[in-house]
Ligand binder design. Sequence first.
Ligand code: AMP
Ligand code: ZN
Length: 471
Amino acid sequence: MVKVSKFFLFNTLNREVEELKPIHEGKISMYTCGPTVYGRAHIGNMRTYINSDVLKRALIFAGYEVLQVMNVTDVGHLTSDSDEGDDKLQMSAKKEKVSSWDVAKKYTDYFFEDEKELNIIRPSIVCEATKHIKEQIALVKKLEVKGFTYKTSDGVYFDTSEFKDYGKLAKLNIEGLQAGKRIELGEKKNKTDFALWKFSKPDEKRDMEWDSPWGIGFPGWHIECSAMSMKYLGDTFDIHTGGIDHIPIHHTNEIAQAECATGKQFVKYWVHSEFLVLSDDAKMSKSLGNVLTVNTLMEKGYDPLAFRLLCLGTHYRKRLLFDENILIGALNTFNSLKSKIIEIKSAIKGELPEAKTVSGDNLKKFRESIFNDINTSVALAEMWGVIREDSLKPEEKYSLLLEMDKVLGLNFEGMVAEKVVLSKEMKSLLNEREKFRKEKNWKEADRIRDEILSKGFTIKDTSVGPELVKK
Ligand code: AMP
Ligand code: ZN
């Protein structure tokens, strides 16, 4: 028997925290809705990916073997949820005067660079929509044979009135939604119907288009996630993650396609991450252009892991308020965490130990909070508890912290004091402070210390004299 810890998760499907009962003992199959690669992902998007990463790490920590699949949406995501408007990638291609393929490659590469900076473990399988056209066509055919589709002049649509459970995830009021349908319906039979396959416009030559039994065109956005998740994880799998905005449309439609095609339950646990919102209530969105990215954070001098720490401080089901002051606060906390970790490491004589379970309350509480719907803020408090615990030896502290870092992903192992090349000015400040200290002129010594601090350094007094460490 595989030994795993009891694990509880909030399941959007039932709106309850439930005990995790995987399909196969000791194993979890997990699908994460990936990025639409038409621009750089913003830090709101990255919050959702950090949360999926923490969930995956937590499951591994609990003893599960996790197979995580993530898609890359490189075609078919239109500017409007009602299947009108342009393909987002094609719009960027036009703007940047390159092909949609170049846009996809460029922003996919950026996305994985950002993931790396945030210490997000790469999913076991990453799959692009454009590389799975055959599977998507096969799924649409299956739905067609079963009578769930109809054709209009611009594509093949899913008839949501044929699926009695339509909208169960979002608890949609279908009758209410269909009201007033005559005005906006166009050729669609129901307002909630959505495109499975869109035809290329007669006067348009798309960079990305394929032949299909219905005509030349491209797949709708939702079908890619149903087709690829079932290809790699089976008709029914354990966990599906994404941001809360996907509940009423994208995930609702994924369920409709998959369950109508197979007649089986698609996903057992739906896990949704709340949004990062700007504190003035503006929505951060790529299309609005008010976007902060991992790259812009780094350009402003923020360590991306400070952003990860900020995300960990708020439960994944709560909104994360964001502004520059909050970020500055997170950076200060991150820097003091970093210097504590470095301090603990430097107090260890001999080789650094590995992660291990040292008995004690902190790790027990840490595990309990993580296994109880990923309560990262309580887990962080336990991490600080270990750092402050006087009764622990530095090597015990470090072992415990490494153990916790398996879930937190803050890269304690990589935290080392940066060697700083001191400018002439800094050297003379440091010497001056030393001189005052020797003269026991504490007032002047402190004044200079404050000046040094204000220039972004901290002073570490070591047995061989003072050293400056970058904050
Ligand atoms: P997209 O690239 O637009 O398909 O979005 C990628 C992921 O980011 C999806 O899971 C979205 O639900 C999620 N997302 C979008 N905006 C935000 C936000 N402001 N905060 C958190 N997650 C978001
Ligand atoms: Zn998806």
